[in-house]
Design a binder for this molecule. Structure first.
Ligand code: NBP
Length: 479
């Protein structure tokens, strides 16, 4: 055996990850793919990588030094199960199987348990950054045992993206079993929210304020020099500058307005619903994509009445600044909610997730990379038991400074008939957090009325029920 690490699955992600691994000092990479042509193509296209090409699982296992360490990059779901099963049969106790695909964290929990019972280590690692990240440095979110991380940590550190601020590699041992894939899933959920908020800002500037895409590109480019600085803001400016070669129109205008999705946003919302954690901003983003891709409903709704003409803005520059602030405040809420669901899942599954470390590994290599993440890391470092990110001093001050602008933007959106579900639901969430009393008191009373679901009182302990259909006397039913 001559290879210290192997990659199984040599489609675009696996091939790029294998090349990234091979380019690092000290690595010798064995490669294997179900269809041998893919292996041959990769190996002949990249002689510099010095790959150890194998054409059977047995040869692949024989090529690896022990403990064997193999990264699987195949389609999530059944294909991953099939590959894990073949590798597990060929590997020996103490060896490490890493799944770098986009697995459901519940699958990862199941697989980890099955392999642990056979004496093998299983590491579910979220890998973000797409093809380019895989080749040049992704953000990596590994789960699995602390023991396996002693072996995989140095390998991952060698290939991960590095944060510009301090050169730290964007990888950390997130937690045991499914923790890494859970955090990767939430990363994608936050990405949905970030993109939706940017799209709402664009829509308000375009339809609300009447700017042309090229002008909005300059606005985003300008925003990218301040607190909103991020990859997604940067590429938004690029996209909005683009002119369609065929028609000469702004590129954004010739793209069909139906957003696709591959499911990780939905998974995030499903997980949050099961955990009882409100992530309304992320949910709105997933639903907004869903609504966009129902042409029959949109066609049926096209005649519904709205405000007559676009509202006249007295000061366009002031509106642009308001939208910037609304975007920033809503983004704080999206991240706050994302970190909430990580925290509740960590307590449910017994993962000890360091939220500050998670924020740090998202600073480079992944789609949501942003200046802002350094601030999030600082907030969690200052207070590791922070219950809600938006309540941390830095973020509560930022949201406080933005809140008037945020309210103006949400009301302008409503008055001008431009949908802004992300902005408005984030603001509602913020106001619910601040509210001294919520109308949940009325809901409890209604529940007691129709279902004898009982309620607690503000003036002392005990569980009570009112005889709504009788004399309306109150009885205590519990402590
Ligand atoms: P794909 O998701 O398109 O999967 C293709 C690979 O899976 C090929 O190597 C194929 O082998 C292999 N495969 C399949 Br399909 N069924 C198999 C089976 N039953 N047994 C063995 N191998 C099987 O590749 P990808 O786009 O490179 O993505 C790989 C993983 O990385 C996925 O889980 C994906 O979700 C994740 N990911 C992708 C991106 C991205 O930007 N594309 C980003 C982050 C994560 P064959 O050559 O023999 O058909």
């Amino acid at each position: 055996p001559s290879a210290n690490v192997g990659v199984v699955g040599l489609a675009v992600m696996g091939a790029n990850l294998a090349r990234n691994l091979a380019s690092r000092e000290g690595n010798r990479v064995a490669v294997y793919n179900r269809s041998p042509e893919r292996t041959r193509t990769l190996v002949s296209a990249h002689p510099e990588a010095g790959f150890v090409a194998t054409e059977s699982v047995a040869d692949f296992a024989a090529a690896l030094t022990r403990p064997r360490t193999a990264i699987i990059m195949v389609q999530a779901g059944k294909a991953t199960d099939a590959v894990i099963s073949e590798l597990a049969d060929a590997f020996e106790p103490g060896d490490i199987i890493i799944d770098g695909g986009n697995a459901q964290y519940t699958d990862t929990i199941r697989r980890e348990l099955e392999l642990r019972q056979r004496g093998l280590h299983f590491v579910g690692a979220g890998i973000s950054g797409g093809e380019e990240g895989a080749l040049n440095g992704p953000s990596i979110m590994p789960g699995g045992s602390a023991e396996s991380y002693e072996t995989v940590g140095p390998i991952f550190r060698s290939i991960a993206a590095r944060a510009e601020e301090d050169g730290e590699p964007c990888v950390t041992h997130v937690g045991t079993d499914g923790a890494g894939h859970f955090v990767k899933m939430v990363h994608n959920g936050i990405e949905y929210a970030d993109m939706q908020l940017i799209a709402e800002a664009f829509d308000l500037l375009r339809r609300g304020a009447g700017f042309e895409p090229a002008e909005i590109a300059e606005i985003f480019a300008e925003w990218n020099t301040g607190e909103l600085e991020s990859y997604l803001i940067e590429i938004t400016a690029e996209v909005l500058r683009q002119v369609d070669a065929r028609t000469g129109r702004p590129f954004v205008d010739v793209v069909l307005d139906q957003a696709g999705q591959k499911g990780t946003g939905t998974w995030t919302v499903q997980a949050a619903l099961s955990l009882g954690t409100p992530i309304s901003g992320i949910a709105e983003a997933v639903f907004a994509r869903g609504l966009s891709s129902h042409p029959e409903q949109r066609l049926a709704g096209a005649h519904l009445e709205g405000p007559g003409s676009p509202i006249a803005l007295e000061d366009r520059d002031a509106f642009v600044e308001d939208v910037r602030q609304a975007l920033y405040a809503s983004k704080i809420i999206a991240y706050s909610q994302g970190f909430d669901v990580i925290r509740t899942a960590a307590s449910q599954y017994g993962w000890h997730i360091d939220s500050g470390a998670v924020a740090k590994i998202w600073r480079a290599g992944c789609i949501i990379r942003a200046r802002f993440l350094g601030r999030i890391a600082e907030a969690y470092q200052a207070d590791p038991s922070l219950v809600s990110l938006v309540t941390a001093p830095f973020f509560s001050e930022a949201a406080g400074r933005a809140q008037q602008a945020w309210r103006r933007v949400v009301s302008t959106a409503a008055l001008s008939g431009v949908p802004a579900p992300g902005f408005s639901s984030s603001l509602a969430y913020y106001d619910a957090l601040r509210a001294p009393r919520l109308p949940a008191s009325l809901i409890q009373a209604q529940r007691d009325f129709f279902g004898a679901h009982t309620y607690r009182r503000i003036d002392g302990p005990g569980v009570f029920h009112t005889e709504w259909s009788g004399d309306r006397s109150e009885t205590q039913t519990g402590e």
